[in-house]
Design a protein. Structure first.
Length: 205
């Protein structure tokens, strides 16, 4: 388990998962099972206007789902136990406040880097990662974020996000996905990131 950087330090990891709820823990557990290091932090806050280019802030979008609350809580309890017993790097008291894209041009094309890299700014320092997993965000917010990055989005938002190394788990267009759907998404994203990491490792060797 790595320690949080102090006084504006930078820490490197493969993936930062933003959201310490069901979705974040589910994909964190998938990555842990596949041997991919990830840091799970709490959701993004709103920052003021006048942010620099290549930077975006996301609001938290929590949607109540009373019909599946019991099932959700049971799965969440299981995931928390898994996180504790498998030394997952979950930082419940660390909040991501800003995302900055580095290593890519504003149009999303590669800019001297084989993969997009991201800075996740927190009150304690910066987490540098190749992949970001977002939870609890509305599609309208995500489109606005891509627009802030200067990236034009077609109809397939998920595909557009993946091209720049951002994955979505538990993010529904209109309603919050069911717990079973969240677990399915987490498995899919965990597999995609693990395959990408393994491919990049082979390429380096």
């Amino acid at each position: 388990m790595s320690s949080m950087p102090v006084n504006g330090g930078t820490e490197r990891t493969t993936t930062v998962i933003i959201g310490t709820g069901l979705s974040g823990l589910a994909v964190g557990a998938e990555l842990r099972r596949r041997g991919v290091h990830a840091i799970v932090v709490d959701g993004l806050d709103i920052l003021g206007a006048g942010q620099p280019a290549n930077t975006a802030s996301l609001q938290r979008c929590d949607a109540a789902d009373s019909d599946s609350l019991r099932e959700r809580n049971e799965i969440l309890r299981h995931l928390r136990n898994y996180a504790a017993s498998h030394d997952m790097d979950v930082r419940n008291t660390t909040r991501a406040v800003q995302l900055t894209m580095v290593g890519r041009a504003l149009d999303g094309s590669a800019a001297g880097s084989a993969s997009g890299r991201w800075e996740v700014h927190t009150p304690n320092g910066i987490l540098l990662a190749d992949n970001i997993v977002l939870t609890r965000c509305a599609h309208s917010q995500l489109r606005r974020m891509l627009s802030d990055f200067g990236i034009t989005v077609g109809r397939n938002l998920v595909a557009a996000m993946r091209t720049i190394g951002i994955y979505l788990v538990g993010v529904g267009e209109l309603i919050t996905p069911s717990p079973k759907e969240v677990l399915r998404q987490a498995k899919t994203v965990g597999l995609a990131i693990a395959a990408k990491v393994n491919l990049e490792t082979v390429a380096v060797i």
